[in-house]
Design a protein around this ligand. Structure first.
Ligand code: ARG
Length: 456
């Protein structure tokens, strides 16, 4: 077993089963890089406070930088017998510099480290997720351009409603994603990784030494390092996981958007709708039915919603009722966090490629657009502009549609004489013009048809 960061007061050895049960190294190794960042800042603060001399400081910082190099090159393998990533990094340092490593943890607590690490991890991943959301947004733009001016069937209650542009439909998802992107940006701006909390009560190192250390670390140019501060409330810092709940909340909203998108595409690609043809490289076949082309990617996206919402609920429930300040329960925040981050990144990455591969079945859509019920609202509006009150116009068109349905005809087919029985303001040439996709589209003047550019 790897050496622990504690143990002096214990006479008995830790129970093996409990030891295994309490470990987090199998997942928190993901925080290795940011854990070393914390050690660098802390070492610099100890040095500034006179607790490490120049030579010791250089030896420690050089060794820590070597560990970062190992992590970046992919040669870093966590020692799974360590209790957690903090212990693992400490033991590694000990192998490199011997006894001197014992000074690095001076006036430091893992409670402080883990809060710092998780915030730094979130900052990095917020940027990654924001970029991936941007890629999906760009794919929507590609599709919007490809099908510029293509009329499409608009639904409410999954019932045919009114004619829209396919790009209007895509634009709605563009707005969702732009909001997601801005939500991540606001989150990024709000997260502050603190140093100097100790276990909960702060440390005897002066905050100005932490700030000096942060400044030096900032010159290393690691993303997010401009946000680090010396702690303001040490107790809150070690006990706060609001930022994780917020991050998982934002991921849940993105997931909800992807799930709704997935559901729509699944529906529109069924033989019953057949509006869309899906990119084959993201579909799978059936082991039994030779003809099948199944939308498995979209189904998995929809299915993962349970996991992602569950991760958020699990975190909120774990935090509920925790006494101040750090409690070991909080170790369990990592699996839901990593799980949601990994899932959403994979989904977004694949979705960006998937969207670009969607093809419209224009003939099928054209046929659907012949359904004149789609233009009932436009006809009522036409009558309004002829001076008829909307409620009356609604009634007239309702009766017309009902008549056409009962008599197996179309309103567009009805002669002037018949039309005028419903309303004297109607004639067949106006009806033919108004009950048409081109009119339905051009008569809509209230829409700006614009996707907001997400904040940088
Ligand atoms: N592995 C712990 C966590 O993830 C690190 C902090 C442990 N602190 C302690 N006092 N046992 O939360």
């Amino acid at each position: 077993m790897a050496k622990k960061l504690w143990g002096g007061r214990f006479k008995k050895k830790i129970d093996k089963d409990f030891e295994q049960f309490s470990k987090s190294i199998q997942y928190d190794f993901k925080l290795a890089r940011v854990d070393v960042f914390h050690s660098i800042i802390h070492t610099l603060a100890l040095s500034g406070s006179g607790l490490l001399n120049k030579k010791e400081t250089k030896t420690i910082i050089d060794a820590l930088n070597e560990i970062i190099k190992d992590i970046d090159s992919g040669s870093f393998k966590p020692n799974l017998s360590s209790e957690d990533i903090h212990t693992d990094i400490h033991n590694r340092l000990q192998k490199k510099i011997g006894r001197l490593s014992a000074k690095v943890h001076t006036l430091r607590s893992r409670n402080d480290q883990i809060a710092f690490n998780e915030k730094f991890y979130c900052l990095d991943e917020a940027i990654n997720i924001k970029n991936l959301v941007g890629d999906v947004l760009n794919s929507f733009f590609v599709l919007m351009k490809e099908y510029d001016n293509q009329p499409f069937v608009g639904y409410t209650h999954t019932q045919r409603a009114q004619v829209i542009l396919f790009s209007d439909y895509l634009c709605a998802f563009g707005h969702m994603l732009a909001r997601d992107s801005n939500r991540i940006k606001r989150f990024y701006d709000s997260v502050i990784p603190y140093v100097g909390a100790g276990a909960l009560a702060g440390t005897s190192l002066h905050s100005k030494e932490y700030f000096k250390a942060i400044d030096v670390f900032f010159s290393y140019n690691h993303t997010g390092s401009d946000k680090i501060k010396s702690v303001e409330s040490s107790i809150d810092n070690v006990s706060d996981r609001d930022f994780l709940i917020e991050f998982l909340g934002i991921i849940s909203i993105i997931q909800m958007h992807l799930s709704r998108l997935a559901e729509d595409i699944i529906l529109y690609s069924t033989q019953e709708f057949d509006y869309l043809d899906l990119p084959e490289e993201f579909c799978t076949g059936s082991s039994l039915m030779p003809h099948k082309k199944n939308p498995d990617f979209l189904e998995l996206v929809r299915g993962y919603t349970g996991r992602i919402y569950g991760n958020q609920v699990s975190l909120m429930t774990m935090m509920k009722g925790l006494p101040m300040a750090y409690n070991r329960d909080m170790q369990l925040d990592k699996e839901p966090l990593f799980s949601s981050v990994e899932i959403i990144k994979s989904e977004l990455k694949i979705m960006a490629k998937f969207i670009k591969g969607i093809k419209l079945n224009k003939e099928i859509i054209a046929e659907a657009l012949l359904d004149e019920r789609l233009y009932a609202t436009e006809l009522a509006e036409f009558l309004v502009f002829k001076g008829i009150a909307f409620k009356d116009a609604h009634d007239i068109v309702g009766k017309l549609i009902r008549y056409a349905e009962d008599n197996k005809t179309q309103v567009k087919q009805m002669p002037d004489k018949l039309l005028k029985k419903f309303c004297v303001k109607l004639n067949s040439s106006d009806v033919a013009r108004v009950m048409h996709a081109a009119h339905a589209i051009t008569s809509k003047k209230s829409i700006k048809r614009k996707v907001p550019k997400p904040d940088a």
